[in-house]
Design a protein around this ligand. Structure first.
Ligand code: SF4
Length: 417
């Protein structure tokens, strides 16, 4: 688990978002520390009210990157003027606030707390379907806290999903440490069956987002899974399968349960079944045994599979893990590699959003954004922001058709038709 340092500037909305970031980090077992010296990662939640504040934010970001390996910048300035951080050569990941908790994990899976129950957050229902994972990654400390897979019966999860929809959820987020191994402990992987039953047995207008599934867990069920996605409009065409490296040698040292070829086969299977879908993946950059050639292989894999959502994490040692005993790479080399990968990622993601401009998209409004905006998702779980939501009478839970009018690096802008 990571030790994090967080700084928040600006209005009550920023402070609320930081509180939520902290809640999720705490639930995942991370610890807040006072002082950057003690921390593995830093989070800067920015404000952009006046020019002077902008300059302060840039300066503070620069100071933090000089002191710490990983900096995540979020908040108003990061999202509205993310380019300024890049132009100032600040080596940080610019993220929407709700992407920060996942990015902080050093490649470890999100960890539901013991006996986690479904939560309704506005119109978003969060449904933990199982706990534990079947792997033993050499860099992971989460595993030590959670153990093997424990899967409740499909029927029980379907009932929980039904209860969320009845309580007002229009988006169900299926979560777990590794959703792809749901059922593994019972001798049968049951994610496709669970998704099929949620989509066919629950009445109502809702969407389902499937959370992180490791490639090792879903490779054997990739056909079945892609067929379920293709058959049901309720499922966002979105898959988060963290590959972590493009080199089999590094995957071996990481003790990941997949190889590059299996990851590529999953992507090809989804390409075959779905006209449009979003691949999300994670890369750990600078693992102790990663040489130049391994890094180039990761870059090549990124360019080949073109994921439209990518978490790039610089490797940092977690005490008590096997990888912590390996001789690490230098901080400068890790920074260079992560910068190169983050730049390629921005290009790929930016092109994906650029290609949407001018399209009509059916979207679901999931929450309020900053000012008078709402956050929406299309069928491939690409984020579309609609401004002046009041004027259009849009609120969370609504379905709408929008024309995509522009984009930022990580989201598009749309106008209701
Ligand atoms: S799959 Fe690997 S990284 Fe994820 S929780 Fe299990 S051991 Fe940790």
């Amino acid at each position: 688990m990571a030790r994090y340092h967080i700084e928040t500037y600006g209005c009550t909305s920023n402070r609320g978002e930081s509180r939520e970031i902290e809640r999720r980090l705490r639930d995942a077992g991370h610890h807040r520390v006072e002082g950057v010296e003690e921390a593995d990662v830093a989070i800067l939640n920015t404000c952009t009210v006046v020019e002077k504040t902008e300059r302060n934010m840039l300066r503070r970001a620069q100071e933090l990157t000089d002191e710490i390996a990983d900096l995540y910048v979020t908040g108003c300035m990061a999202l509205a003027q993310g380019e300024e951080f890049r132009e100032a050569d600040v080596d940080a990941e610019v993220l929407h606030w709700d992407e920060v908790p996942e990015a902080v994990t050093n490649g470890e899976c999100p960890t539901p707390t013991p006996d986690a129950e479904p939560i309704l957050d506005g119109v978003v229902g969060i449904l933990p379907i199982a706990r534990g994972c079947m792997s033993n990654c050499s860099y992971c400390i989460t595993k030590q806290a959670t153990g093997r897979v424990e899967s409740p019966p499909v029927e029980e999860n379907v009932e929980k999903a039904r209860a969320l929809v009845h309580a007002g959820a229009t988006e169900i987020r299926i979560t777990g440490q590794d959703t792809g191994v749901y059922g593994w402990d019972t001798g049968e992987r049951k994610l496709p069956e669970l998704l099929e039953r949620i989509c066919t047995e629950i009445e109502g207008d809702f969407r389902v987002r499937v959370g992180m599934a490791n490639p090792g867990g879903i490779h054997g069920i990739r056909e079945e899974l892609a067929e379920v996605f293709a058959a049901h409009d309720e499922l966002y065409n979105f898959l988060h399968a963290p590959v972590q490296s493009g080199s089999d040698d590094v995957l071996e040292e990481m003790r990941r349960q997949h190889r590059v070829e299996q990851y590529v086969e999953i992507v090809e299977t989804f390409d075959d079944h779905l006209e449009e879908w979003t691949l999300s993946t994670d890369f750990i950059v600078g693992f102790p045994t990663e040489d130049d050639e391994d890094h180039e292989m990761s870059m090549a894999l990124l360019r080949e599979t073109r994921p439209e959502k990518v978490n790039v994490t610089r490797f940092s040692k977690r005490p008590g893990t096997d990888a912590a005993d390996m001789k690490g790479l230098g901080g400068t080399l890790k920074k260079e590699r992560s910068k190169e990968m983050s730049a390629a990622k921005r290009e790929i993601v930016g092109e994906a959003y650029e290609s949407m401009v001018g399209d009509e998209r059916d979207v679901l409004v999931t929450e309020y954004g900053t000012g008078d905006s709402v956050k929406c998702y299309d069928s491939a779980y690409r984020q579309v922001i609609v401004q002046n939501a009041d004027e259009y009478g849009l609120e969370p839970g609504d379905f709408a058709t929008v024309e995509v009018t522009g984009h930022q690096t990580m989201y598009a802008f749309g106008e209701p038709l």
